[in-house]
Design a protein around this ligand. Structure first.
Ligand code: FAD
Length: 556
């Protein structure tokens, strides 16, 4: 990918067929699909790529067990359509991003034979809907087998579990994979470029987008034949910029996760808790060597700040501790995050947990704006396909869907699951570092490692004992448009996810490398590091965690 300044110049100098607004899963998917259909495409992201809902997911590639239950119980065709679509999309997501995703088994603990029968039947139905795209057959596991695979599960009342398969993926890196692939296909992408208005032609159709550079606050104009609104939770804002007074469609539902060391519940499988007090499901998912627990559901507005709160921690621990043999305490939490699900509503006041996760493409007859609303990560490819078909139709051209069905993401070429072994051997790396680099960058890991070979200062880890290397900071700044400490630690390397406290320790080193790469003054770098540390310290405080970790919490 080009450096930010170069992309900024290119975008201003050209006009485009399609301008995609929003650089989350939906926008990145749309941009890639559009460019692959040979439409000259630009993507504008108002903050960092993947900084919205798309890096706050439970990271599951799934049809949705709860949505299937809703579909069956309430004979709801919309819920069925989501499950059906998502179950068939799983396979493409796994296939196209092999280093970023993997199939995973989920265990549903059962306390009685009625629940075995209910869950067993439900998961067979799930499998039947997936048909030839099914990942593994679901099955009953005895109590002994269940406890062998999940020794941390409370044995009382357990009679066994139902095991079924879905996928797991690295959401932030998958999003970067889509952006990188889009740019590799010839597209232009720019982060921190917020759309703040439009100009229209004589017939009232959108002609240009007014864009504000979030660093310089300077405004510039982007010209395109069609504009795609893929701003997720912000979809109504863009819709009303295009057509003031247009009725709103979005409902937002906050979901929070907490992260624990995997030692507290050692397992290679994910746990699905089938029913919380408020009638939802909850997941505990192993993620690298962490355990991710989520999620919550609370309706919010676009103005609400999203973070893991004390109440979220209390809710999640209350439910998970019913199933764990050893009680988890808040002090053991190493990090957390929250995001807003962008749900599209037909009106009415239906509870957000009952709103279908289906998507909708809206073509605004007045302005020509094409909005893609709702959906989920798992269906991002299909959503993009529908959207770009609508773009082609509105341009008076034949729609040619299917271009992304089999389009491996940047970093997949030459990938094999054991590739980390050759990284270990060729670059004399510890196993943890080799696996981390492969899982984040795919076969481009060698490009990161070449930077470390050229400058030995970049070969060191950002924080001793944690996998991410200093070279990843330089690589992200040069090749992935990372321009803040948060961009690097949260979304490029994932260190902030592994541990808030490790991320605080990494701030100064990250700032120093970014300063060199981006031409910051030493003072600017120090201030940026200080502000980042304060931000993370505040997240720790908001979650109600002690400022100092317990000995067990941050070990790695
Ligand atoms: C807690 C939670 C758990 C989830 N778990 C799963 C899961 O396990 N599996 C699954 O399939 N799905 C899951 N989802 C759903 C999935 O994450 C979302 O559906 C998906 O990420 C939405 O992507 P998006 O691109 O539409 O929105 P976003 O990722 O929010 O992207 C929208 C982007 O638009 C940008 N933007 C906004 N305004 C402007 C502007 N004016 N100019 C330019 N850019 C702008 C924003 O900065 C943002 O980056 C989960 C969601 C949440 C919140």
């Amino acid at each position: 990918m080009k450096r930010r300044g170069e992309s900024l110049e290119n975008i201003q100098a050209h006009s485009f067929d399609v301008c995609v607004i929003g650089g989350g899963a939906t926008g990145s998917g749309c941009a890639l699909d559009s460019q692959l259909r040979e439409l000259k495409t630009v993507l504008l992201e108002g903050a960092d790529f993947a900084s919205g809902a798309s890096s706050a997911a439970t990271k599951i590639i799934h049809g949705g067990v709860r949505y299937l239950e809703e579909a069956v119980k309430h004979l709801d065709p919309a819920q069925y359509a989501v499950v059906n679509r998502a179950l068939h999309e799983r396979i493409h997501m796994l296939h196209n991003g092999p280093f970023l995703s993997r199939p995973m088994e989920f265990l549903i603990p059962c306390a009685g034979w009625i629940s075995v029968a209910y869950m067993g039947f439900g998961m067979k139905l799930y499998e039947w809907i997936a048909g030839k795209d099914s990942l593994l057959p679901s099955r009953f596991l005895s109590k002994t087998k269940t406890l062998e695979r999940m020794p941390g599960l409370a044995p009382d009342h357990l009679i066994g579990s139902i095991a079924y398969a879905d996928g797991q993926f690295d959401d932030a890196r998958y999003n970067m994979g889509l952006i990188n692939s889009f740019v590799e296909a010839g597209g232009e992408a720019l982060n921190y470029a917020q759309v703040v208005g439009f100009t229209k032609d004589a017939s009232g159709k959108l002609q240009t987008a007014e864009v504000e550079d979030q660093f310089t606050k300077q405004r510039f104009t982007v010209r395109a034949k069609r504009f795609v609104n893929a701003t997720g939770p912000h979809a109504d804002t863009i819709r009303s910029l295009a057509t003031p007074g247009i009725p709103t469609r979005m409902r937002l539902s906050k979901g929070a996760h907490l992260v624990l060391p995997l030692e507290v519940f050692p397992t290679r499988d994910a746990l699905l808790i089938p029913k919380t007090d408020d009638g939802r499901v909850l997941f505990a998912v192993p993620w690298f060597d962490r355990l991710l627990i989520g999620t919550t559901e609370q309706e919010v507005t676009i103005h609400d700040e999203l973070y893991l709160s004390k109440d979220d921690v209390a809710y999640l621990l209350h439910h998970i501790n019913r199933y764990f043999k050893t009680t988890i305490r808040a002090e053991q939490i190493v990090s957390g995050f929250a995001g807003a699900r962008p749900l599209v509503s037909a009106g009415g006041s239906r509870d957000t947990k009952k709103l279908a996760r289906d998507h909708e493409v809206e073509v605004d007859a007045q302005s020509g704006l094409i909005s893609i609303m709702g959906g989920k990560w798992t269906t991002h490819r299909a959503m993009a396909e529908d959207t770009i078909s609508a773009v082609q139709k509105s341009l008076g051209r034949a729609a040619i869907p299917g271009v992304t069905l089999d389009h491996p993401l940047y970093g997949s070429a030459g990938y094999a699951p054991e590739y980390w072994q050759s990284l270990m051997r060729d670059y004399k790396l510890p196993e943890q570092t080799a696996k981390h680099l492969l899982q984040k960058f795919g076969t481009n890991a060698t490009k990161v490692l070449e930077l470390a070979q050229d400058d030995s200062a970049l070969a060191a880890p950002l924080v001793p004992g944690f996998a991410p290397l200093r070279a990843e900071v330089a690589y992200s700044a040069r090749n992935e448009m990372a321009v803040t400490i948060d961009d690097v630690l949260m979304r490029r390397t994932g260190l902030q996810f592994y541990s808030w406290r490790a991320a605080i320790s990494a701030a100064a080193a990250t700032a120093a490398i970014l300063a060199k790469e981006l031409g910051w003054s030493a003072d600017f770098g120090r201030t940026a590091a200080e502000q980042y540390r304060e931000k993370i310290a505040r997240l720790i405080q908001l979650a109600g965690l002690p400022a100092e970790p317990t000995a067990a919490a941050d070990s790695k």
